[in-house]
Design a protein around this ligand. Sequence first.
Ligand SMILES: CC(C)(COP(=O)(O)OP(=O)(O)OC[C@H]1O[C@@H](n2cnc3c(N)ncnc32)[C@H](O)[C@@H]1OP(=O)(O)O)[C@@H](O)C(=O)NCCC(=O)NCCS
Length: 157
Amino acid sequence: MTPADSIRLLPIHLQDLETLMGIETASYRFPWSRGNFVDSLAAGYRMTKRVDAGGGWLGYFVAMRGVDETHLLNLTVAPAHQRQGHGRAMLDELVRWTRELGAARLWLEVRESNVDAQRLYRRYGFRDAGHRRGYYPAGPLGRENAIVMHLELGDAA
Ligand SMILES: CC(C)(COP(=O)(O)OP(=O)(O)OC[C@H]1O[C@@H](n2cnc3c(N)ncnc32)[C@H](O)[C@@H]1OP(=O)(O)O)[C@@H](O)C(=O)NCCC(=O)NCCS
């Protein structure tokens, strides 16, 4: 069995939020609050952690199901585990889940300044759909625009 075989995807529960917030605050200049994750659990959004054989967190995602689409709200790989394929693997799971729901596309927003994440999404097959002005907080600089991207499942990598 290789280390990749022992990686698991598990549901996130309330008692996971302390560990999750440690990764969230280490990963973003403007992290989600604990309340954002509590609200996501209460709303029934899909919240999934990716863990190694020992239960150590590699990353997580939050996604919402719509009528004919799903919407990725948060995708995070723990800083020590970035650039090892975990982000791409979680997108694979989101595509699998979207298909299982019978939905045709996956949406997401990404900061205009987050070129690393944009690179992941574009290489995966996401296309730009437009911009949302001032979508994200940006501290004293004001607000930052989002790029809205979508993946049509016929195009998935
Ligand atoms: C963006 C993020 C989710 C990518 O996950 P990851 O596991 O590090 O990425 P992967 O190893 O799956 O990379 C897949 C491809 O995406 C691109 N990519 C990912 N991270 C990159 C980086 N830092 N610089 C350039 N390209 C990058 C590359 O094309 C990469 O393929 P390659 O390694 O064969 O060149 C992760 O770095 C992260 O959590 N960053 C901080 C939080 C964040 O910005 N989340 C996204 C919010 S929209």
